[in-house]
Design a protein around this ligand. Structure first.
Ligand SMILES: [Cu+2]
Length: 396
């Protein structure tokens, strides 16, 4: 279980208790009204004094220990990796090029082992992986490193599209120390493994569109003064901009292609008609960042991803004539390591990500972003399967 964490001088966990931390400011440098104070307009502020839209720790821990090591023999090992970070996407590599053979994801085996130099993992994603140290020299060390950035992830190439983690801190995960072989390795080489084929889902009973949205303040505008202090100003002032983000929200899509952000308490909008139904959920990401979307109850398959185009009205699927001929219709299939059953999928900005699932139980469940700072404010929604008392109660 790999997480990024920060510590106080006495070794206790550090977590910010004020919004200024996220802005890179001292609390006295963020001079805006917070809930429950009024903005200059006289309207109540809608900015939380404590919410940090994302949090990035400055050290990496594995199973709760900072920079541990594991003695390994020159043989094959099977690991189950979990990204348990608050907000950080991990991009794992080894410093000597030892690759990863991914054989499974959150909800089962892949159709075949997949050879990877880098393991991309969003918060809550799991990877069932074989690492082969058979040819590693006794006495040598192999370091597991991380390129996943100290900032929100939007997809792309490490070091080109975003700065990589700090090689002196968040860029280091753990060490493997190679010790003498105690018993022969009788396991099957990963490239010869035959994995059980994932069951095939039937045709979908329904397809629904859902959206990822980010909100900014409707009452507080701010500006940075010459001393670097962020101060509230009337929204009509030149240079004034709404303070944000104030919340991340799931929602629906309106007929014009705009997201309709909904809070937790709003009546359910994803109502699967009957137990056993199979549905395709199309996740439109209208934000600037990638979000790991987690749907409770189900095991889903990633169908594909498709580019969106922005116009003044809203967002729509990219016109086919603008698409790369290598990806007709701007559609690309799942990554090879996403071809088994999953319960968490990366929804990239400016794309629609489609997943397909059968819903096996009646009741009230949730789906949410698995960036912890998002799911706790307020990127989580209930959904219904069939007609149940819990759903009726929520929707009263
Ligand atoms: Cu999110």
């Amino acid at each position: 279980m790999i997480q990024d964490r920060s510590f106080n001088a006495d070794g206790s966990l550090f977590y910010p208790d004020n919004r200024a931390f996220f802005e890179g400011l001292e609390p006295e440098q963020l001079q805006i009204p917070f809930i429950p104070d009024d903005a200059v307009s006289g309207e109540p502020s809608d900015v939380s004094p404590v919410w940090n839209p994302e949090f990035f720790g400055n050290m990496i821990v594995v199973n709760g220990t900072t920079w541990p090591y594991l003695n390994v023999e020159p043989r094959r090992y099977r690991f189950r990796f979990l990204n348990g970070s608050q907000s950080r996407f991990l991009i794992l590599k080894t410093d000597d090029g030892t690759p990863f053979w991914q054989i499974g994801a959150e909800q089962g085996f892949l159709p075949a082992p997949v050879l990877l130099d880098e393991l991309l993992m969003a918060p809550a994603e799991r990877a069932d992986v074989i690492m082969d140290f058979t040819n590693a020299a006794v006495g040598s060390t192999i370091t597991l490193i991380n390129l996943g950035p100290d900032e929100p992830f939007g997809g792309g190439v490490p070091g080109v599209d975003f700065p990589i983690a700090d090689p002196a801190s968040t860029g280091q995960v753990m060490q493997f120390r190679v010790v003498a072989l105690k018993a022969a390795d009788t396991s099957t080489p990963p490239d010869q493994l035959v994995l059980p084929a994932p069951p095939v889902l039937g045709p979908a009973n329904a397809s629904r569109t859902i959206t990822l949205n980010e909100l900014e303040s409707e009452t507080v505008c701010a500006i940075e003064d010459e001393d670097g202090i962020v101060v509230e100003v009337p929204c009509t002032d030149p240079g004034a901009a709404p303070f944000g983000p104030t919340e991340a929200r799931l929602g629906t899509l309106d007929a014009d292609g705009n997201g309709v952000p909904l809070g937790w308490a709003a009546p359910t909008t994803e109502n699967v008609a009957a137990v056993g139904d199979t549905e395709v959920w199309e996740i439109y990401n209208f934000t600037a960042d990638a979000h790991p979307i987690h749907i409770h109850l189900v095991q889903f398959q990633v169908v594909d991803r498709q580019l969106l185009a922005v116009d003044e009205e809203g967002m729509a699927l990219q016109p086919a004539e603008l698409c790369d001929p290598a990806f007709p219709g701007c559609v690309r299939g799942p990554e090879l390591w996403e071809t088994g059953y999953k319960d968490t999928v990366i929804a990239y900005p400016g794309e629609v990500t489609r997943v397909k699932a059968q819903f096996p139980l009646a009741g009230l469940f949730v789906w949410h972003c698995h960036i912890l700072e998002h799911e706790d404010n307020e990127m989580m929604r209930p959904y219904c399967v069939g007609d149940s008392a819990a759903c009726q109660q929520h929707n009263q």
